[in-house]
Design a protein around this ligand. Structure first.
Ligand SMILES: *Cc1c(COP(=O)(O)O)cnc(C)c1O
Length: 424
């Protein structure tokens, strides 16, 4: 029976057999026992699927990956120990030294640093383009060695909404896949595969967990990209891997080729493995994701609407707020709502924003977002404090900017807290 997304949140990924545990069991074991060396040898040759060492795969983690795979409507998925590891593996699985990748410029700061600094040192070159670029600008950025296009459905913290179809069309016209970081909307609010994305990544640390209890990531492959049709671009998937007796991933594993390669090579060698305990905690979050996302969005829209009319507020950015630059894109891609994050400017600049933050009683000062508990950050006095006002503006972070992450508390309390802190 085909199940709705709410049912998948609760029951997806794991179906116990007669008499087995109802909740996903935690396989807190590094290794798995076999009766013969031949049995185990087949696993090392990728001839049989099974578990032998939890750095590569663990049953608890795979049940949870399977649930996220079903939520996104994908073909195969894997968990990683963080969102950073998910984005690194997703890109490095197909782009290595000498290759080029096109990325939206408004992406999470950690991902920007990974691409622009660390992966650059590894020989992968990135071109960063505004998500609002024209199709001509986008098409002009491709080179013969371009291997992927990357963007975030809703950018953290810029809250720009990506025109996924525009990016997918350009990527496919040049024979490369589109990778989408879908952390902020989660599959409850957007399923990027429906719009042509090929691979989706997540920081499960955010809404998927939703309780600030584990750091994790996930990669989901739609299985739709035809690696063999672009075999010259992707030798890692379409030519023999000597470390597994010459297996050709795209031939042997079909729609699971991308995830199998990332597991067999990148997890084996880099080991950003999630712990089974963390996968279990993540699954508790996933069970209520559909209920929580609706409330996060309801609270954020109420807060954004309130701030918009407040005399001590200079400006408000929230994609689902009428009049926002991305309102039309949000209506198309985020029909159920966008996310719980709202940014706004406090009238009076940096000093006024700092004073406002000190007076808050319900919102806590944290670098985190997407948690059950409301929190906020003033980048000019925290993450970006080394910068002067001019440098901040150049970085797209104005000195008065406050980022709110609306949690699951009463929206009346959130609004009252913001009001008293703004009035001082
Ligand atoms: C937080 C975040 C990441 C990084 O994830 P971690 O789990 O912190 O490693 C990547 N992308 C987006 C959009 C994020 O918000």
């Amino acid at each position: 029976m085909e199940k709705k997304i709410e049912t998948v949140c609760v029951q997806g990924g794991y179906t116990p057999k007669n008499g087995e545990a109802r909740q996903i069991p935690i396989y807190q074991s590094t290794t798995f026992k076999y009766d013969t060396s031949e049995d185990m040898g087949k696993l090392f040759d990728l001839e049989a699927s099974g578990y032998f060492y939890s750095r590569l795969q663990n049953p608890t983690c795979d049940y949870v990956a399977q649930k996220i795979c079903e939520l996104e409507g994908g073909a195969a998925a894997m968990l990683t120990s963080s969102g950073q590891a998910a984005n690194f593996y997703a890109v490095f699985n197909i782009a290595t030294a000498g290759d080029h990748v096109i990325s939206s410029s408004t992406i999470y700061g950690g991902t920007y640093n990974l691409f622009a600094v660390t992966m650059k040192k590894m020989g992968v070159e990135f071109t960063f383009l505004s998500p609002d670029c024209t199709e001509e600008e986008l098409n002009a950025a491709f080179r013969p060695n371009t291997k992927a296009v990357f963007g975030e459905t809703i950018a953290n913290p810029a809250l720009a909404v990506l025109d996924i179809e525009k990016f997918a069309k350009a990527a496919h016209a040049h024979g490369v896949p589109l990778i989408i970081d879908n952390t902020f909307p989660t599959p409850i609010n957007c399923r990027p595969f429906l719009y042509g994305a090929d691979i989706v990544t997540h920081s499960t640390t955010k809404y998927m967990d939703g309780h600030g209890s584990q750091v994790g990531g996930c990669i989901v492959d739609s299985g739709a990209f035809d690696w063999m049709a672009h075999a010259d671009k992707y030798p890692g998937l379409t030519t023999p891997d000597d470390s597994y007796h010459g297996v050709v991933y795209a031939e042997r594993f079909g729609k699971a080729a991308f995830i199998t390669k990332a597991t067999a090579q990148l997890m084996r060698d880099f080991g950003s493995s999630p712990s089974p305990q963390n996968a279990f905690l993540l699954n508790l979050g996933l069970e209520s994701l559909h209920v929580r996302m609706a409330r996060h969005c309801e609270n954020a829209l109420a807060v954004a609407t309130f701030l918009q009319d407040h005399p001590n507020v200079a400006w408000v950015t929230y994609p689902s707020l009428e009049g926002n630059k991305y309102y039309d894109l949000a209506k198309k891609y985020l029909q159920n709502g966008s996310c719980g994050v709202v940014s706004f400017g406090v009238k009076g600049g940096r000093k006024a924003a700092e004073a406002f933050m000190k007076r808050l009683q319900v919102f806590a000062i944290e670098t985190h977002v997407a948690d059950a508990r409301s929190c906020c950050l003033h980048p000019a006095s925290a993450t970006h404090r080394q910068m002067n006002d001019e440098e901040l503006v150049a970085a797209g972070v104005s000195p008065d900017l406050v980022r709110l992450s609306c949690g699951l508390e009463s929206k009346e309390d959130l609004i009252r807290d913001l009001d008293q802190a703004l009035r001082g």
